[in-house]
Structures are given as structure tokens and as C-alpha cells.
Write a protein that binds this ligand. Sequence first.
Ligand code: FAD
Length: 500
Amino acid sequence: MTRTVSGRTGHVVVVGAGLAGLSAALHLLGAGRRVTVVEREALPGGRAGRREVGGYHLDTGPTVLTMPHLADEAFAAVGERLRDRVELLPLHPAYRARFADGGTLDVHTDADAMEAEVERFAGPREAAGYRRLRTWLQRLYAVQMRRFIDANFDSPFGLLTPDLARLAALGGFGRLDARIGRFLTDERLKRVFSFQALYAGVAPARALAAYAVIAYMDTVAGVYFPRGGMHALPRAMAAAAADAGADLRLGQDVTRLERSGSRVTAVVTADERIPCDAVVLTPDLPVAHRLLGRRPRRPLRLRHAPSAVVLHAGTTRTWPQLAHHTLSFGTAWRRTFDELTRTGALMTDPSLLITRPTAGDPGLAPAGRHLHYVLAPCPNTDIGPGAEAWSDLAPRYRDRLLATLERRGLTGIAAAVEAECLVTPADWTAQGHAAGTPFSVAHTFAQTGPFRPRNLVRGTDNAVLAGCGTTPGVGVPTVLISGKLAAARITGTAPKGGGR
Ligand SMILES: Cc1cc2nc3c(=O)[nH]c(=O)nc-3n(C[C@H](O)[C@H](O)[C@H](O)COP(=O)(O)OP(=O)(O)OC[C@H]3O[C@@H](n4cnc5c(N)ncnc54)[C@H](O)[C@@H]3O)c2cc1C
């Protein structure tokens, strides 16, 4: 049995209506708590937000939805089903990978289809290696999910279980790229199964092999797209929470918490004071710590993940070589990660994620138009250009990105753009994200699992953290779990589900 908050928990205030906060709210409602959600923005979703630009409906954050059953669990907590609120389109292929040498590989979720594609791309030996890799990813996922990801723990010793030995036997504590190299030799293929380390904020050469679990999620378990865009998910979760009795207060910035001794007694905004029995805090860690009036003691400063520039381009045309998600790899690889995580330089030979949401839902653009979302990883402001530098850099970087896309086959893209929006680390900083990155604290070994900032707060009896800065970590599946784990810290029930 893991620790829980103490005392009364009848009325819980959740600060933040991002995916973590909404997940916590639904799980708390399901456990019979009265729930108030206080969100500073006018819309729910947080990083999974929505912007309207010239008739285009932009998803501001995540585009790759994996493990939708975790969202379904949150709906199930209030007796609902995800599919009754959101239409999910499975993406085939999940990704298309395009390489500097002109090669193209479609990443299929189906084992036979993917094996055939790998064979076409790199021959039968690699196809056999892919089969073995797939089996390994499945075993890795099964070992990790229940015990290490979908679980609250109170100390590293809580992890000393047979699953830890199983994870070690699977090589989970080695390095990701070396482990992938045991299955595949083609350098391009290796990238397809190791670039996901960047989602965890770490270079594949340094990431724990255990993080191949992300490759399991998006190459084996499958990638989905909600009709209406990713923002449809938080919108539906907020609606389900409201229907289940949650009091949603949007456009209310929480400025402070009132305390009595070691308990938080009320959440205070500019307009009101909301008394509470317990509180779930989902803002970035520095904000949560400021609200709590204390920061935890850590021997080392937290290291943040790289950041990203996102170019949203509404265009008069599109390009048939683009799938819903296209990974456009440069020739450089190790150097790219060095730039992103060590030297702080902008990528000299960029690897990009190009998403074309209008491939799944043409309604996200005006009739006959197309939306392209280009994500270019970049260093965070701790090691790279600072927020001020970006106001100067932004227009030049935008031109550079478009020139790269032109060179890589999106002929005429610059001329086809009729509406656009560029988001840089300066914007992430303005939104309050530490180190100018929306990807929070990197998943280095020292910031993983029991070493990541915990969700229970030392010195406060009735506050719990949720969201990407705490356990299990960054990403849609993980923050949905973090909301559930936060709820479990309050209700005392063991979290159910997750590991399918
Ligand atoms: C550009 C981008 C691309 C991404 N791509 C993917 C992807 O493809 N797949 C994937 O799985 N993940 C992706 N992610 C990561 C994923 O989106 C995030 O990890 C996740 O959405 C974070 O959710 P959260 O609830 O922890 O935080 P948030 O969404 O930030 O929620 C916190 C909420 O708290 C609110 N808040 C903050 N301070 C206060 C206050 N004082 N008072 C009231 N409210 C407050 C904020 O407004 C916000 O709504 C991406 C993220 C970004 C930004």
C-alpha cells in the first residue's frame, strides 16, 4: 500500500485543466469526490490547446496520440466511453520516415505489414531483426507498465521486485541505441526505433533502453488521430467531467494557496477563494512550488528536455509524399543530438516531424486548403539561445525551415503558405515553461521513476502533484496516468488498469 494524503478529502480542487488535471478530475469524480477544476486559460487542454488562425484550427501541442485506452480509463471512471465522445481514426501508416538518401519507409502497426515493409526497405535479415525487436518491445512494455509506469511508489526500494530483475534481464538499464543495434544494423531503421528518446528529452546514445517503451507505444500499439484534432480529447474530457458534476472554472489564474499548518485550506484566484480539503497541482514544477511556498531539496539542478519550434502553415496545396505524420531525417544524427542536448546550437541538418492533420480531418482547414504542422526540435533556453534572442532569430529560422522543406521535396511550400503561426522557446517561456521548453524535466536516469520529482509533496499533507514534471513523465499517455496516480494518492485506492 502506498502513501496517501491524510485527513478529509471530500472536496478536491484541481489546478489546471490540461490532460493530467482532467484525468485526475475524472478519476476523483469516479471515486465520489466533489471536484472543482480551476484553469487560467479560457479553454481546457493546456499544452493540448487550440488556436484559430485565418480559418485554420491549430492543435498547439501533441499530434501523436498513442495508448488511447488510458484516456478511456478516465472516461470509464465516470461511467462513460471515450468512443462515445471522440471519434478516433487509427493512422495507417503510423508514420512515414523519409531519409536523406531518398529512401522512404512506412511504419505499420501490423506485424506482417511492417515486416514486409522492412524487408522491402532493407532486406530479409533486417526484417528478421525487426521481428525480434518487436517481441522485445512487447516484453519490455509488459514488464514496465504495471510496476514502473502505472504505479505510485514511495521510495526506490519500492521497485525492488521481480519485475526489476526482469527489466534488467531485458537490458532495460543499458543504452537505447546500443540495444536497438542488437536487432537492426541499418542505420536508417535504427533511427525509426530510437528517435523517440527525444520525446523523453534525451539522446538515444544516452537514454535508458527502457525508454524503448515509447517506440512500443507508437510503432506497435499504434497511433490515432481524433476527428476534430487532438484538442477534441481534452474538450471531451472536460465535458465528461462537467456532466459528472465537476465545477469547471476557466479563465481563473490561481495566484496562491491558503494554508493552515501543513494543510492547504483554499485555492485563491484574483476573483475568488475556493475552500478545499485537498488539492492537485498540475502546472509546471516552478509554478507548483511557488504556489506551495517551498521547493524540494535536490542535490542537483533539474535538467530540462530540449525545446521545439513549431511552424503551423495553412497552405493552398499539399504534397502527396506526406503521410499524416512524416519524419524527415537529415543525414546528421549524433551531431543533431549533441546540438540539441549539449552544445545548444540549432540543428545544422535538421530532423523534423511534419504532421498534416488535414489528411485525417479536412475540416481543420477552410475548404480546399491544407494544414501542416512542422516540429523542429531545438535546444532549451538553458543551453541554447535565450528567450530574448528568439525574437530576432524566429523569422530567419522560419525561412530556414521552409527552405529545408523545399529542398526535401515540398516544392513551392513557401509560396503556398497563406496563414501561419510560429511558436518558439520565447513563446514557451511566456507561457511559464521552465527553460523555454514545453517538454519539462528530461528523463535522464537521475530524473526517472523514483528519482523524478514525486507526486506527494513533503511538508504538505493534502497536496499532490500531477502532470509532466512529476511521475511517470512527459507525453499524453504518461500525463493521463499521472492524473490517475494523483487521484489514487487522494482516494487511497490502488490505480487500476493501464497495462494492457
Ligand atoms: C509542441 C508539443 C508537441 C507535443 N507532442 C506530443 C505528442 O505528439 N505526443 C505526446 O504524447 N505528447 C506530446 N507532447 C507532450 C504532451 O502534450 C504534454 O506532456 C502534456 O500535454 C502535458 O500535460 P499536463 O497536463 O502535464 O500539462 P499542461 O497541459 O500544461 O496542463 C497544465 C495546466 O495548468 C494550467 N495552469 C498553469 N498555471 C496555472 C495557474 N496558476 N492557475 C490555473 N491554471 C494554471 C495551464 O494553463 C494548463 O492548462 C507535446 C507537447 C508539445 C507542447
